[in-house]
Design a protein around this ligand. Sequence first.
Ligand SMILES: [Fe+2]
Length: 382
Amino acid sequence: MAHMNRTGNDYLADFVSLKEITGIVKQVNELWKKEDYSIGLFGKIAYDVLKKSELHKEKLIENVLKKTAQAKLLPPQLSMERNFGYPPITLYAGDKFIIDIYFWVDPHTAVHNHSFTGAWVLLQGASLHNKFTFKAGSTYGGISTGKLSLESSELIKNGDINIIKPDSELIHQVWHLSCPSVSLVIRTAINSKLRIYFPNLEVLSPEYLSKTTIKKVHLMQFLAESAHPLEKSFIANSLKNSDDFNSFWLLHKYFGFTKNISKIHEIIKLSGQNYPWQADLIELFQSSHQVNLDLRSIRDEGARLFCALLFSTLDTEQIVKIIKEYAPDRSPLETATNWIGRLEKSGLISFSQNKNIAPVLKFLHEAGKLGLHQTTQSAAVN
Ligand SMILES: [Fe+2]
């Protein structure tokens, strides 16, 4: 934390009653000092301390809320945005490491790597933890083309701890199945760059966008929302004057506002640019059109898990295995049809009107082929 003049202990004084945190800070400091503050050993130390602390059994969340409400001064906050965590709160900001707590409403994180090392614990809720690898092809500025592959997918329950390795050593996505979910991380300061992953692309995080580009994005949103006659020429002109990384996020954010692929084609043509990663970006936009489901509005844990499994590109056998693990007392198909029924009842999906529900029907079809039909599907598909 470059901007700090006070020591970690000074900040602890502000949060002094959070004994769970002071205990962790003391243990991590002692253990890490013995290892001569080796960055490579920090993740294991953070893991061991979290394991011993069993924070999910403490009243930490309640205490954090109470102490935050009472606080005159919080420790310096690592992030004032809500890009990761809703919100993230920094509980401890020392010279050597940081403790953040994250509150979650959104159903999942982006697929990302890490600019630091450490360990995290799920304090409340249940998650689906997907790990990936990325085989890079060519690199253009902050963008690489390549292929993202899902390596593993596992259920995480409260109290489970995972080590965070830096850079491409851990590329993952967490689906927060429960709403609310709360997690806590012990981490080093920033040592490298955060990257976001898509099926065929690895891109530097938008948090590195220049202030100039951020203002262009804001203007772009205004122009798009007001259907301003200068909308297309403004964006085309911005692309002409940006590098690959800034152009990628300009286009990505523009698509987020408009959901209009033909406008994207038109604007790129108008700009005279021909990006080597263009086809992958368009494919990404096209695939986001295929499933029309507002995941954020799903608050039901089972329904979220079902969506998480379908969106995680797992094959049916893997999906069935995880559903069995989640609900061991029922047949996986009974569990899944129950979730789909709840999704339909809530009005979030409709089989008669929504043509984009192919993955769900495919699952039911394939589950049938695997001989898993043990109960009626009527609850879900009527
Ligand atoms: Fe992460």
